[in-house]
Ligand binder design. Structure first.
Ligand code: NAD
Ligand code: LMR
Length: 366
């Protein structure tokens, strides 16, 4: 048996966590041979509900579930953790503007970034789910000066899964026959679901759909899917969000399938002309617990306009929380040139961003 890994989860009594915890304990995220310690974190008012969930987890008698600990603060809950899933966030209340939402969540993610910096395992891998996920991830990472920005990611795998599922329905293919769908940018209605490199049964997806359907129906359907679900269910997506989290973390830790790439919100290193330092969803490949942006994809004018629109929204969000972003971490965000912490990266085509070494680059940050 392997040594157990520690997974800290905020918002652990909420709807997404209710769908997620049982999958993690069953080995769907970290692998069927990897025992886990769950460090579950909630606000003080939700601790009793959390105790109930812990009892249910215990009652499933999962053989991979080593220990469960419950915490009402992140300073205890993040201690020594190898993974942190930041799900808990303030939802948008009546009359609240987007800027108000950014502001209240900024406080939560500032504190969480500091706590990760102070008490988490030095190689902690962080996934931010609570909305606005990209900018919350930026705030957390900028408040963690001793960790690399590349350790902080945000969830757009749910959008990628949506994009595959909806394309599968339209073409009559199985989702497993659809590859290389890309989500660029923000987890918001400005995101750009890009099919220009996607294939359906190994043939170009764009040759199998009409451009009018792509622009008029498909793209808006993915962009507004979250809102549609809230309208229909009265609550935001939970089971599919949990599946997206499992897929994101599993691929990050265990690697992407051969020939496939996946979308993750990560700090931009300037690839594809996207402003450095924002958390933007890119196509990546993962191996050995690292990720690397897929380079060299052809970007046409249509795609460029959409990639820039979602970039502009992220820059606007960043401007709204600029006063909460410590200036001393700006340089480590902007000087990042490969997306790896303990990074030893071999660029297959010899063209790392910013003139990185042709053969082997080590880039330890922080
Ligand atoms: P929920 O309201 O059911 O649960 C959230 C839980 O977080 C609550 O139990 C609450 O007590 C807890 N919480 C709030 N602040 C906390 C804090 N500071 N520390 C610890 N716990 C805290 O919500 P949910 O449906 O589980 O969704 C959670 C978040 O995920 C929301 O912000 C939602 O918008 C977002 N979301 C993101 C995606 C994505 O793809 N990125 C998809 C779906 C939902
Ligand atoms: C989703 O994409 O389902 C959610 O992010 C929607 C939301 O606003 O919670």
């Amino acid at each position: 048996m392997r040594r157990p890994v520690r997974i800290a989860i905020t918002g652990a009594a909420g709807s997404i966590a209710n769908n997620l915890l049982f999958k993690i304990a069953a080995g769907e995220m970290m692998g069927k041979d990897q025992p886990v310690i769950l460090q579950l974190i909630e606000v003080p008012q939700a601790m009793e509900a959390l105790r109930g969930i812990a009892m249910e987890l215990e009652d499933c008698a999962y053989s991979l579930l080593h220990t469960i600990t419950l915490h009402d603060n992140v300073e205890d809950g993040f201690k020594n953790t190898h993974f942190a899933l930041l799900i808990g966030a303030r939802p948008r209340g009546p009359g609240m503007e987007r800027s108000d939402l950014l502001e209240v969540n900024a406080e939560i993610f500032t504190r969480q970034g500091r706590a990760l910096n102070n008490v988490a395992n030095r190689d902690v891998k962080v996934l931010v789910v609570g909305n606005p996920a990209n900018t919350n991830a930026l705030i957390a990472s900028r408040n963690a000066p001793d960790l690399s920005p590349s350790q902080f990611t945000s969830l757009t795998r749910l959008d990628q899964n949506r994009a595959r599922g909806i394309l599968a329905n339209h073409t009559g293919a199985s989702p497993r026959d659809i590859r290389r769908v890309v989500i660029w940018g923000n987890h918001s209605p400005t995101q750009y679901p890009d099919l220009h490199q996607a294939t359906v049964l190994d043939r170009a997806a764009m040759d199998q759909i009409s451009f009018d359907w792509y622009v008029g129906e498909y793209i808006p359907k993915i962009q507004f899917r979250g809102g549609e679900i809230i309208k229909a269910r009265g609550q935001s997506s939970a089971a599919s969000a949990a599946q997206g989290i499992v897929d994101h973390m599993r691929d990050w830790v265990l690697g992407t399938e051969s020939g496939e790439f996946v979308s993750m919100g990560i700090v931009s290193d300037g690839s594809y002309g996207i402003e450095k330092g924002i958390i933007y969803s890119f196509p990546v490949r993962c191996d050995y617990g690292r990720y690397q942006i897929v380079q060299g994809l052809e970007i046409n004018e249509f795609s460029r306009a959409r990639m820039s629109a979602t970039e502009a929204e992220l820059l606007e969000e960043k401007a709204m929380v600029e006063h909460l972003l410590p200036s001393e971490t700006a340089a480590s965000h902007e000087n990042l040139n490969i997306c790896l912490r303990s990074g030893v990266t071999l660029y297959a085509d010899g063209t790392g961003p910013d003139g990185a070494s042709k053969y082997l680059t080590t880039n330890r940050i922080g």
